[in-house]
Design a protein around this ligand. Structure first.
Ligand SMILES: Cc1cc2nc3c(=O)[nH]c(=O)nc-3n(C[C@H](O)[C@H](O)[C@H](O)COP(=O)(O)OP(=O)(O)OC[C@H]3O[C@@H](n4cnc5c(N)ncnc54)[C@H](O)[C@@H]3O)c2cc1C
Length: 464
């Protein structure tokens, strides 16, 4: 097999009973099928195996193994570094795995490995329930969960992995396995933060919480106030009740509704709030921060269904923009760091470029650093620097701003980074991000994937 056409043809011959679709470069929809969320990633897999069942996944794993082909696994395709695809190898595309089964009595939901968070949040919201997800509804359940999961409900309900009860996997051997506290507990430990290193998760089961309507939305101040806002925020949030989540952002106001015209395209700093509880309690919880700061440009906080908050930024960030990311964990924000944030916020190169600080405290701190693979339980925030623009001509500009911003702030960081918000930054950075858990992860990897079959990810090399 020397051409990608022949690999797809061989797959059709050798995977009898495959129920999904096998797409090769000869197919009319190949170019559409190979696209991922970040348009900076332009890879040409030899085969896209759109799997309709766990059995299809197992067949694809066996085929790739027989032909010694590189394998990438795609959940929602959102990964910034493009780890849901690869050149010349096989993409196991889980997008048809969309089953969602809510059990309102047991307060659990079982979801297929190809679901996006919007699909899951809408289904659970029908029962007034939710599990912690992210801040954009088109993000995949698969990648977000396996890397940890930070979002609007982190302080109240923990990371997404803190609510993962069970998973079903296809392993590198092609065998099926369950992971839970009772079955393969070493695997269960590793997939809660260790990414897609250990197998293809075809189904996840999550705990649900009573979260239907939330009090959510942004408070914006002019970007010139960034150092002041940040210095109040850093003191306020860690002591705020855990019902209140608020991620800090430097951004530009999008030029459209629901934002008032007079602030369109203004560079701002601010907080995006999510309070689980009543409106009055929410106002009371935010008041100590708001009263220490000048009148904001906008305080757009109101009751809304959880899925509405969780999809509020979807229109600003559709598939197909250029993205360049960097990230860090942060324990504290000293004055010099707040001032550096203010400097880079004033220089945001494009309307969509942004910096967020996601809280990692409250319920996320109830879990110990070695209880799951996600080691940075003592961090206070996860920072992410994202240069974003639809125009490929601006790639250098967004990349340079992101790297310069990251490098200016990195000396104030805790060391590693949230693996879901990194680019492809090398083995040392991955090791630093798992800290004391790395060696145990490497040993678990050796048990479940000793020849590193699943290596298109923030890779943990098998060892021991
Ligand atoms: C716009 C945007 C907003 C984001 N917001 C948040 C946020 O609020 N909170 C947060 O925590 N993260 C957020 N992220 C980061 C996100 O968690 C990662 O990009 C994550 O990798 C996306 O998962 P995916 O399934 O969509 O990605 P994919 O590109 O499909 O996959 C990413 C990685 O996960 C692996 N993987 C995916 N699914 C499976 C599976 N079922 N089994 C085994 N391996 C799998 C892949 O092999 C790959 O290594 C955001 C990303 C973007 C682009």
């Amino acid at each position: 097999m020397s051409t990608s056409t022949s690999i797809a043809a061989a797959a059709r011959e050798e995977t009898a009973g495959f129920k999904g679709r096998l797409i090769g470069s000869e197919d009319a929809d190949y170019d559409e099928a190979r696209k991922v969320y970040n348009a900076m990633i332009d890879k040409r897999p030899a085969l896209i195996a759109r799997c309709a069942s766990a059995d299809d996944v197992a067949k694809t794993v066996a085929f790739a193994r027989d032909h010694d082909l590189l394998v990438a696994v795609r959940g929602g395709g959102h990964n910034g570094a493009g780890l849901g695809t690869c050149d010349d190898g096989v993409v196991i595309d889980l997008s048809p795995l969309k089953d969602i089964d809510v059990d309102p009595q047991a307060r659990t939901v079982r979801v297929g490995g190809g679901c996006t968070w919007g699909e899951v949040d809408r289904a659970t919201n029908e029962h007034g329930l939710a599990t912690p997800s992210g801040i954009i509804s088109t993000t995949g359940v698969g990648g977000l969960t396996l890397g940890g999961g930070l979002g609007h409900l982190t302080r109240k309900c923990g990371l997404t992995i803190d609510n993962l009860l069970e998973a079903e996997l296809v392993l590198a051997s092609g065998e099926r396995a369950q992971a839970s506290a009772d079955e393969n507990p070493d695997l269960y430990w590793a997939i809660r933060g260790g990414g897609g290193n250990f197998g293809v998760v075809t189904s996840f089961k999550f705990r649900l919480h009573e979260v239907g309507t939330v009090i959510g939305g942004p408070t914006f101040w002019p970007v010139e106030a960034a150092a002041e806002v940040l210095s109040v925020y850093r003191e306020f949030l860690p002591d705020a009740p855990r019902e209140l989540n608020g991620f800090y952002a430097n951004a530009t106001v999008p030029p459209g509704p629901p934002f008032p015209e007079e602030i369109h395209l203004r560079k701002i700093c601010g907080v995006v709030w999510c309070y689980v509880g009543g409106e009055e309690d929410a106002a009371k919880a935010m008041a100590p921060m708001l009263k220490r700061l000048p009148e904001p440009l906008l305080h757009g906080v109101q009751p809304m269904p959880h899925p509405a908050l969780q999809s509020a930024f979807d229109e600003v960030y559709p598939k197909g923009d250029q993205w360049y990311w960097r990230a860090d964990f942060v324990d504290e924000i000293p004055d010099e760091a707040a001032e550096a944030h203010a400097r880079f916020a004033a220089e945001m190169p494009t309307m969509k470029s942004t910096m967020h600080l996601y809280p990692i405290d409250g319920a996320a701190h109830d879990v110990g650093p070695s209880d799951t693979a996600w080691g940075y339980r003592d961090a206070t925030w996860g920072s992410v620097f994202a240069g974003v623009d639809p125009d490929p001509a601006n790639v250098d500009e967004i990349r340079n701003w992101t790297i310069d911003y990251f490098e200016a702030l990195h000396p104030y960081s805790a060391g590693g980074a949230y693996v879901n918000m990194m680019m492809d930054e090398g083995q040392e950075r991955v090791r630093a991000s798992y800290r004391d858990n790395y060696d145990r992860l490497a040993q678990t990897k050796a048990r479940y994937d000793g020849d590193n079959f699943f290596r298109v990810n923030q890779n943990i090399e098998p060892s021991g």
